[in-house]
Design a protein around this ligand. Sequence first.
Ligand code: ZN
Length: 243
Amino acid sequence: MQVVDKGLVLRETPYKEADVMLSVLTECGGKLSVLARGAKRKGSRVSAGIQLLTYSEFTLYESGGRYTLNEAEPVEMFFGIRNDIVKLALASYFAEVLEQAADEESINPELLRLGLNSLYALAKTSISQEKIKAVFELKVADLSGYTPNVFGCSCCGSVDDIVAFDIRNGALLCKACNNGYHKRIDAGAVDAMRFILREDIKRIFSFNIGNESMKLLSAATDEYLRIHFDRNFKTNTFYKGLL
Ligand SMILES: [Zn+2]
């Protein structure tokens, strides 16, 4: 059966001879493993469309739950990322996270939207990498079912004087209830978290935040994703090593 679907290439693994196995986050079919026969051969007509972090229209052949590639027409290649090693490293982290977040059984089109919007922001806007990364991390955790409770202090319910973020429990603590063991956070970072969790993905980067709050937010979301996904992402370590 022939299937046409758009999707983002999250991983390409060399397979037999000139073949490549792709992991693609698709719009309608969720995450798919797709075998691209002969893709590494010189002059292969699919080579542009199957590059890592390319959003393409794929024509696939499905048989018994296995997908092989017929055609891959690039829709967006995010060139602004490809000629910048630091941006490419951050985008590769996004791809690794999306691969873990997307499962093969359920379809979550919001994950693909978040991935595409984050890559777009990185490739084509002047939004800081620190902000794009923090927004991506918090929203991907949210879309994966690890939504922190950012309404008020988890202990007394106060919405004022929030000073700490309990990463493991995804909960805030106010000045009076903080026992000193949790990640420091401030009002600006809490406002940003509320915004990111509430807004539609297309507006998700449109908030203002001071430098100090941005630093606190970014440290919190980095650790939050690592703890809740229970994984040290190699690509994140690599990215941070370049800064
Ligand atoms: Zn409290």
